[in-house]
Design a protein around this ligand. Sequence first.
Ligand code: SF4
Ligand code: SF4
Length: 201
Amino acid sequence: MSIGAALGNYFGDIWTGLRTSCVGLKITWRNMFRPAFTVLYPEVRPQVPIAHRGIHGFDEETCISCDMCAKACPVSCIYIKSVGKGEGSLMTQFDIDYTKCLFCDLCTPPCPTECIWMTQDFDLGSYSKDDCIINFARTKTGDEIAEFDVRLKKKDEEKKARAAAKKAAKAAEKVAAEAQGAADTAVAVEEPPAEEDPGES
Ligand code: SF4
Ligand code: SF4
């Protein structure tokens, strides 16, 4: 390369450096007085759209452990355990695995008591995948579960005994009605036929 060409390259590079710096500074200057788009998260929480689907909300008091939400979930990420089912059951586990959840909201419409819903909370930051499995149910002690189990079994037995007593009473009623019917038939057979009135012929 000739000296002239080398000098041309040298000053060309200087010019390019100066020009690109000016372009960058122009952009910086233009945006210096505009309002910031960023926020100091997590001290400042950004506003999310009203329809945003975030982490679930759940009300254990009104949940009846019917499993409808878990059955509706397309990725089976709701894990429910309870002692008994329906009203009066004791919930022992209501976990949602947010490493699988699609935030699709398919689990909330089937809930008969409207005790599960989507909130706008989005913060699932954690250092482990296990921390993304959230347990929404109050933790129960072993004693509490055992005591509830005994009470439930007793209630079941009482219910079964009541049903059996009702069935036996119905059967006894039926037998009595049949016996009465048989007795009425026997009386009718034993009665002599009525004599004809001679004046009638
Ligand atoms: S939002 Fe969708 S994926 Fe998540 S738990 Fe509900 S049904 Fe399952
Ligand atoms: S559908 Fe509703 S009531 Fe049934 S288990 Fe799920 S949250 Fe509870």
